[in-house]
Design a protein around this ligand. Structure first.
Ligand code: F2R
Ligand code: MG
Ligand code: MG
Length: 349
């Protein structure tokens, strides 16, 4: 696929939904044997399982709000996006939201609320959430804006509606940047891809607020940069076990323990792996590998899926997977509209 082609947009948005729906099976599991992953995936080929039997969770529910807001407002509008998050939560509260973010979503539905960023600031005794809820819904920002500055600014503000800790919203920026570079063919040169992310995050994390949050949480001075360096080291190794990936990068609900992990999954699966069937293509490998890490599988597979989908394009996704995941066909339709918006906005720039 050519750079920023329609196929890449469709691949990114659809594979994000698939990662969420397919990954939901193992969310929270400490250990996931590869045989269980392969059995789950081969079950998706069963035709009787068509018509969206695997439901999407909060990851997709919120990403859909981001997409609808960006399309309706032809750009970023925090009031509109906040209203959509609140409305979606009250209509479908059972999508497996994080236990903290629920309070924000309830406050966002209050008609008297004047500052839509305030409920997020009040979280966790004023420290804000560092969960991956901002990052899990960040891909659409990369599909709406062609310019990296807009992608970073809007991914940050979009995340800050629920996640005011820099370790939360900077994870969203990293995820959006990974999709942004992948969309432009960046994964053709994996070393350059990771180096570009490090260069960008060096600047993103170069703020007093980020340094203070990192110090309070006893993390490295630039936590995302440090993790990306670990990704780079793991990439250079010929044999990396699942246990090492988990201990070096994490598989948890914090953005810091999941966004770099998702990026690693994509990079590691660019070539065939011995632990996976030879018949699997890149996108299938990425989703399977993300699930085998256990932990926050729906979110890691959702984020890895979006980055990988932007690289491989829609043709790489098995039709049987699309057919059995709720919201996948909607995502395919929305990707076309985002593609038009992206190219329309890049003409205006
Ligand atoms: N919530 C889940 N999974 C739990 C199981 C759900 C189950 N299947 C069900 O149906 O009930 N998954 C979803 O949550 C993650 C995204 O969470 P988000 O939006 O970031 O939420 P929150 O509440 O802001 O943060 C998550 C947790 O992280 C800890 N935390 C965050 N900031 C903290 C801080 N400053 N200090 C201390 N702890 C902090 C808390 O434990 C939060 O509850 C995704 O996985 C999505 O799939
Ligand atoms: Mg979820
Ligand atoms: Mg999750």
């Amino acid at each position: 696929s050519g750079s920023a082609s329609l196929s890449r947009f469709r691949g990114a948005l659809v594979a994000g939904v698939l990662g969420d729906c397919i990954g939901g099976e193992f969310e929270g599991a400490e250990e996931v044997p590869m045989e269980s992953v392969l059995a789950h995936l081969s079950g998706l080929d069963d035709e009787t399982k068509g018509n969206g039997v695997l439901e999407y969770s909060d990851d997709t529910a919120m990403a859909r709000c981001v997409v609808q807001s960006l399309l309706t407002r032809t750009g970023f509008d925090e009031q509109d996006m906040a209203r959509r998050f609140a409305k979606e939560y009250s209509a479908s509260p059972g999508r497996g939201y994080g236990s903290g973010v629920i309070q924000v979503l309830k406050k966002l539905s209050c008609p008297r609320l004047s500052d839509v960023f305030q409920p997020a600031r009040d979280q966790f005794n004023g420290r804000g959430s560092f969960g991956n809820g901002g990052a899990m819904r960040a891909a659409p920002f990369a599909l709406a804006f062609s310019n990296a500055t807009d992608v970073k600014r809007c991914a940050r503000l979009g995340a800050m509606l629920t996640h005011s800790c820099s370790l939360g919203y900077n994870g969203a920026i990293l995820q959006a940047l990974a999709v942004h570079f992948s969309l432009q063919g960046g994964l053709e040169a994996p070393q350059q891809f990771i180096n570009s992310l490090i260069t960008e995050m060096e600047e993103v994390e170069d703020t007093d607020v980020a340094r203070k949050d990192a110090r309070i949480l006893k993390e490295a001075e630039k936590p995302f940069c440090e993790r990306l360096h670990r990704v780079k080291e793991l990439m250079e190794r010929s044999n990396v076990s699942i246990e090492e990936v988990i201990s070096e990068l994490g598989n948890g609900i914090a953005a810091l323990h999941s966004v770099p992990t998702a990026i690693f999954c994509v990079l590691h699966c660019l070539k065939p792996l011995e632990c996976l069937p030879q018949s699997y293509r890149g996108l299938e490998r990425t989703i399977a590998y993300s699930l085998a890490l256990g932990g926050d599988t729906d979110t890691i597979a959702c984020m890895a899926g979006a980055i990988a989908g932007a690289h491989y394009g829609i043709e790489s996704i098995p039709l049987s997977w699309i057919k059995c995941c709720e919201g996948a066909e909607d995502a395919d339709r929305d990707a076309e509209r985002l593609h038009a918006l992206y190219h329309q906005m890049s003409l205006n720039n």
